[in-house]
Ligand binder design. Sequence first.
Ligand SMILES: [Zn+2]
Length: 457
Amino acid sequence: MSALFARHALLAEGWHRDVLLEWDARGDLTQVAPDASAPPGVARADYVLPGMINLHSHAFQRAFAGLTERAEGGSNRGPDSFWTWRDLMYRIANRITPEQMEAVAAQLYAECLRHGYTAVCEFHYVHRAPGGHVYGNPAETAQRIAQAAREAGIGVTLLPVMYAYAGFRDTPLRQDQERFRTDPAHVLRIVEALEPLRGPQLEVGAAPHSLRAVSAGQLRELVQGLPAGRPLHIHIAEQQLEVAQCVEATGMRPVDYLMHQADVDARWCFVHATHLSDGERDRIAASGAVAGLCPTTEANLGDGLFPLAPYIAAGGRFGIGSDSHVSQSPVEELRWLEYGQRLAQQRRNVAVRGGQRDVAAFLWQQALAGGAQAAGRRLGVLAQGRRADLLVLDSAHPNLDGVPADEVLGRFLFSGNDNLVRDVLAGGHWVVQGGRHKAQDAIAQRYKAAARTLHAH
Ligand SMILES: [Zn+2]
């Protein structure tokens, strides 16, 4: 049995004093007792909060984050856009080897842990070898991701992606999309191959890539074939162009079309639910599905702004993801989620609901709940039976020194750029201590070698 005594811990209903946390060898919390006294010999911490869930990741994209920031458009090409970025992204996607994928993912996951993510949902679509042939093991690249998560010590929900078409009306894939080619049977074979890896730190779901990349029949087949209760994620409405194409091909907007094709419930995560009609926004909120918001990537790619305030008012659930990994910090994701709204609406303190007027606390707690649901794992709350995933903040930092507990999250999310996460417990293991990941140097060394080869051409 392992334990930690927190002078202040963020529980489901808010901060509590003198909380004794205990967990077992499996990494599950066995006791979370407020108003306890500190047993002798148990480690102490000042501010403890649940680790965040990163609900949307394409790990390999970490390798070129920051390398697509030169304007390449011109008068005859049109401005740079999501679609021109995607062409650049495909160059890496078509070159990366399974070994490089593992090295990049391990680096990313170690960085995520250091910044306060203790779980990740990996929306994994590079399944085939360069050129498009299937590896001897159909789950070759997915298992590399699982291995990277194990090495870094982060919990993971693997979401093998179905990707069959380049666009609506069964448009054939482009040459540079051949590594992604899958159909329902192929994805379900990968899911089956991953089943033995399921356990307290790993869950398996599936992801139709987007409405443009799968047919209605394939969508149904995948949903029916997936074991009951598993998470289902989809890119839903990231770009205006794909919304227009969806309307043109189906007569319906994306959310309306998906709800027409599938029973959308709490298993679903709508990633980039950016462009919604008011009706779609309220229907997502009513469905119990999670909106997967990735503010730094959505800003980087020029996607647009999610209608957060009316969605919150409608009772909608949401979580955050780092997606293309221009940031690996939940602080930056949540800060920009709120700041985007303030800029657009020219007002302050948008993300609140009912009696919860503390923006930072609302954002952190909501992103925990939405992220846990999207991950399909027992996460998001410091409570008995949940995973022992928690963060110890650096109470000696000038931003936190002497701060009352109910001001800690405001300081954490909305002041400065120092990383205030000091120690991280993931699945009952201390993976970050004193700001350092346990395998930081070895993981970084392997990443640098992989990145050098990947970028050499
Ligand atoms: Zn994505």
